[in-house]
Design a protein around this ligand. Structure first.
Ligand SMILES: [Fe+2]
Length: 282
């Protein structure tokens, strides 16, 4: 259910179906400040990860001077530089600079191993194909011609024009999709929430702010499988995978709030609405 002025109100309605979530629960959350990183990169950068059916999501934190090396990927992926300044370099020839990112930007990485070097404290959000091991396998060599200059596309969010008829700021790699929602500065109006469900998983990565995930498991015939509604509080940064079929909406608090949604494979309904900003580049 979407309020009528929510762009998503034009999307096809999906009736909730009873979910057999079992031990999964409605959602799984990783809180960056309360849980150890999944990956400690050489030099000290750290990455937290989670995954859904068709995607892998990750959040990385780098201090100035730290690096993350990412191996070549079989499929294109997306990387959001949410804060800081980073230099994107060729994996084996640091003088072969591909891009310097100085403001919040989404990168489409089509192919090739990379080094991401933080010039200042930086945060990265990764939307990767489900079985991607680019973060664990940085030594995997590039497949592409080193002279190719178009292997990474950079989309600065400051170049994205506001359009109230479009939902968020959506980018696709062809394998995964990322929606970078605009920063908000005040509490969400709880009279126009957007509880909805879909039959695929979603990862919400909170970057700044305090959030509450409202989660409801639809009832099935077996009452023993019913689950109490949950109103899960989350600090930032955090990664929450909401399992398929769960009715969900997100509330945020006062002050700066910023989050990203990740899907894999990309959502056809978002593509059909013309909301994907980089469709011509995939
Ligand atoms: Fe959703």
């Amino acid at each position: 259910m979407y309020p009528k002025d929510d762009p998503r109100s034009v999307l096809e309605k999906v009736a909730p179906t009873p979910s057999d979530v079992g031990a999964l629960g409605a959602a799984a959350t990783v809180e960056v400040d309360n849980q150890p990183p999944a990956i400690e990169h050489e030099g000290g950068a750290r990455t937290w990860t989670t995954s859904g059916d068709g995607f892998r999501a990750a959040y990385s934190r780098l201090n100035a001077g730290q690096k993350i090396r990412a191996g070549d990927s079989d499929e294109p992926y997306l990387l959001y530089v949410s804060s800081g300044e980073v230099a994107i370099e060729n994996e084996h020839q640091s003088e072969n600079l591909r891009a310097v990112v100085q403001e919040p930007s989404v990168l489409l990485v089509r192919e090739g191993a990379l080094t991401i070097r933080a010039e200042s404290a930086s945060a990265l959000v990764w939307a990767l194909p489900r079985d991607s091991n680019v973060l664990e396998n940085p030594l995997q060599l590039s497949r592409y011609d080193e002279t190719e200059s178009h292997s990474v596309a950079v989309y600065s969010l400051s170049d994205v024009e506001e359009d109230p008829s479009r939902f968020g700021r959506i980018f696709s790699s062809g394998a995964v999709m990322m929606n970078v929602l605009p920063m908000t500065y005040s509490e969400r109006d709880t009279t126009v929430l957007s509880p909805h469900s879909h039959n695929f998983a979603q990862c919400t990565v909170t970057i700044e702010g305090r959030f509450i995930h409202d989660l409801r498991v639809p009832w099935g015939a077996d009452m023993m499988q019913w689950v109490e509604d949950e109103h899960r509080k989350c600090n930032s940064p955090s990664l929450t995978v909401i399992h398929p079929g769960i009715i969900h909406t997100l509330r945020w608090g006062d002050g700066r709030s910023h989050f990203v949604d990740i899907f894999g494979p990309p959502r056809d309904d978002f593509i059909e609405q013309g909301w994907v900003l980089n469709l011509d580049d995939i």
